[in-house]
Design a protein around this ligand. Structure first.
Ligand SMILES: [Fe+2]
Length: 271
């Protein structure tokens, strides 16, 4: 069985189309979207239309839920709040788009893996609405705090997105009182695919990185992941897309003029 994972599209239709073309060539059995369809770029409508037509299993990202109005953002996230407000206005003109986002599941479980936008260990109790604290980044302290729960969870593979940094975290079943130092972190090179062989004595938390950016590892390529259960491998991909076209759309859009986050994003696209 081959399963493909991609997410954090953030309105970048050029990167999404490159990723979907890549997916087509891989002949997979299943594909999952890791959430954050919209947010950041002022083109969330393009992604909603395309992704809804594909009907792929999709988990909710923090941007999706912020845009749907489920909870407020951290007050210091000024750029993100503006991008949320813009996309909320944009998507409120599309029939049932906000309803679609607010009804996305937080978690999808399969026989040998779990799919989540951020972390299966930071979700609200079943049936309760999440808040922005459920999406705080997985820094050393946060990861250390869930190491024991991760080591004890029956599912050996987690696929997530959220922080826009592709990496695979590996922990051995034998780590008695797991510490941060016990986590082996695999990071892909900037310009080519990277394959990791799964050790049956370990668990893996696969962060897919972002399809659409902003690219927090400063590599302006779309990121995605393939899990192959037959060969027991995980492959992280870097996929080129027409960055010049995205840059043109952004530089001609008034919304992108005043947000430092989007200025840095545009600068990276020209490199
Ligand atoms: Fe994201």
């Amino acid at each position: 069985m081959r399963a493909y994972f991609f997410g954090d599209i953030h309105g970048n239709s050029y990167a999404l189309e490159a990723c979907l073309k890549h997916l087509e060539g891989l002949r997979v059995d299943e594909a999952y979207c890791l959430g954050d369809l919209a947010g950041w770029l002022p083109f969330g409508d393009r992604i909603l239309t395309r992704m809804r037509s594909l009907e792929l299993p999709t988990v909710a990202g923090n941007h999706d839920l912020l845009i749907a109005g489920l909870f407020p953002d951290h007050p210091h996230q000024v750029d993100r709040m503006q991008a949320t407000a813009y996309n909320m206005g944009l998507l409120s003109t599309m029939p049932s788009a906000l309803e679609y986002l607010s009804n996305l599941p937080l978690l999808i479980e399969r026989q040998d893996f779990v799919v989540v936008h951020h972390s299966p260990f930071h979700l609200p109790p079943p049936g309760e609405t999440p808040d922005i604290e459920c999406f705080n980044y997985l820094d050393e302290v946060a990861l250390t705090g869930c190491l024991k729960a991760w080591r004890d969870t029956p599912l050996r593979l987690i696929f997530s997105g959220h922080d826009h940094i592709p990496a695979v975290y590996e922990i051995s079943d034998g780590a008695e009182s797991p510490r941060f130092e016990d986590v082996n972190i695999h990071t892909p090179p900037p310009d080519e695919a990277h394959t990791i062989s799964i050790d049956p004595r370990c668990r893996y938390w696969v962060k897919a990185g972002s399809v659409g950016g902003p690219y927090r590892d400063s590599v302006p390529l779309a990121n995605s992941v393939l899990y192959d259960s037959d060969s027991q491998t995980i492959t992280l991909y870097r996929i080129p897309f027409p960055t010049d076209q995205l840059h043109k759309d952004m530089s001609s859009h008034p919304f992108c003029r005043n947000l430092p986050t989007l200025h840095r994003y545009m600068e990276l696209l020209t490199q």
